[in-house]
Write a protein that binds this ligand. Structure first.
Ligand SMILES: [Ca+2]
Ligand SMILES: [Ca+2]
Length: 265
């Protein structure tokens, strides 16, 4: 078994370099995070859906092409949506993973307060977080609920971080769990980086017995795979299972429980 330090050392700076079609523009800053809004004019429309994407540890933040692609895919699906991005690279670029993991509480609180400052429709609000960003999303939704008594509609965790969160190391108030939103969906893609146990209303274990996720050739690629998969699902991709059923975006909003899903094509 790999030691935690080996696991931590195998994290890489992912997604460096700005994409020409990256349209995130700075919308508002809090103490430890910057909130970007997708679109050339950067105007928030409170009558439309809200999506907030939050990155994980050692990530390039709003310049990460994977998240720009995810935002573009959401726009394809929901053309009038407001898509925010939480950039907390000041804290997530800390080489000390455990400190960044602890800082999810601070950033989650600030994201919750940011949402409170917007006039959002909670029924149309979805928080999407990768790795440590999933726990930030859960804490933000929980914070919003605590401050307003209103529950956000959906949180989607993309291989939510396991290290220092699983095995009972962090209780539900400090991590993503099924109580954080009306619907909590977790897309599990690694055991080594991700949170192994089920944690949401729906837990999807992707290609769980395969060494590598589709198109990936590294553990870090496996860890980022759900970001790409969610983009593909928003673009209308579907994946036929051995039993003939088809896995597609709508399943994220309707299925309950634990599923093993094959997305190899
Ligand atoms: Ca929670
Ligand atoms: Ca794990």
């Amino acid at each position: 078994m790999k030691s935690i330090s080996n696991v931590i050392n195998s994290f890489n700076q992912e997604g460096s370099g700005e994409e020409e079609n990256n349209q995130f523009t700075l919308y508002q800053q809090s103490r430890d995070a910057s909130f970007y809004l997708w679109g050339e004019n950067g105007v928030f429309n409170s009558t439309q859906s809200v999506y907030v994407i939050t990155h994980g540890w050692q990530n390039a933040g709003f310049t990460d092409n994977d998240f720009a692609t995810l935002a573009q895919s959401i726009i394809q699906y929901d053309p009038n949506a407001n898509i925010f991005f939480t950039d907390w690279t000041d804290l997530s670029s800390n080489y000390n993973y455990l400190e960044s993991a602890r800082d999810t509480a601070i950033v989650g609180q600030q994201l919750g307060e940011f949402l409170l400052g917007l006039d959002i429709d909670t029924d149309k609000t979805t928080l999407i977080g990768h790795s440590l960003g999933a726990h930030i999303s859960g804490i933000a939704a929980d914070t919003y609920d605590r401050l307003t008594g209103e529950v956000l509609n959906t949180v989607i965790g993309l291989d939510s971080a396991g290290l220092s969160f699983e095995d009972g190391l962090t209780d539900e108030s400090g991590r993503l769990d099924a109580t954080d939103a009306n619907r909590v969906v977790e897309l599990h893609s690694t055991s080594i980086f991700g949170y192994d146990d089920s944690m949401g209303d729906l837990d999807v274990y992707l290609n769980w017995n395969d060494t590598f996720q589709p198109g990936e050739s590294s553990l870090m690629g496996n860890h980022y795979y759900p970001v790409d998969l969610l983009a593909n699902l928003y673009q209308g991709a579907s994946y036929t299972q051995e039993d003939g059923s088809v896995f597609e975006l709508d399943d994220l909003f309707t299925l309950e429980g634990v599923y093993d899903i094959n997305t190899t094509v």
